[in-house]
Design a protein. Structure first.
Length: 153
């Protein structure tokens, strides 16, 4: 039995410790916003927050989250930060096919949280480099993240 905090609520899952967190989230908790992309932690579609840090859930064994706090895109969207990102994503016309967007949003939230000053477009692009987008909306993503930070100040 693996017990952890999921989107602010205490939960438990009776799963094998080596089962990837991605599948625990999708199959045991029906949180399907977190996507399977490559299965090798290379594309970023499976990004969640583990104790506040963006983490690839496709290679993270469930046992690694015992006692930890996990936030999925569903949980992020309930926060002020998530709502601001969603508004900016729409304003800057980020989503195309949408498949990578949950991972993009989770990474963007992490960049905004860790920023110690105004973010440049280049800093955002560097920070988002591990998240792939087949549709190529990197410029719109960078604009959206910078706009969220500017609107918060």
């Amino acid at each position: 039995m693996i017990e952890f905090t999921l989107n602010g609520k205490q939960v438990s899952a009776d799963v094998a410790g080596d089962k990837p967190l991605l599948w625990v989230l999708r199959e045991n908790f029906q949180l399907t916003g977190t996507k399977f992309g490559c299965g090798m932690a290379q594309c970023g579609a499976c990004t969640v927050h583990l104790n506040g840090q963006p983490t690839r859930s496709c290679v993270l064994p469930a046992e690694a989250v015992k006692g930890a706090a996990v936030t999925t895109v569903e949980g992020l969207m309930e926060t002020d930060a998530g709502k601001a990102l969603r508004k900016a994503w729409i304003a800057h016309q980020v989503p195309q096919c949408g498949y990578c967007q949950s991972g993009q949003l989770m990474t963007a939230a992490g960049i905004l949280k860790e920023a110690d000053g105004p973010l440049s477009r280049e800093q955002v692009l560097d920070g988002m480099a591990g998240n792939l987008c087949r549709c190529g909306t990197y410029n719109q993503i960078a604009e959206a993240v910078v706009s969220v930070q500017k609107s918060a100040t």
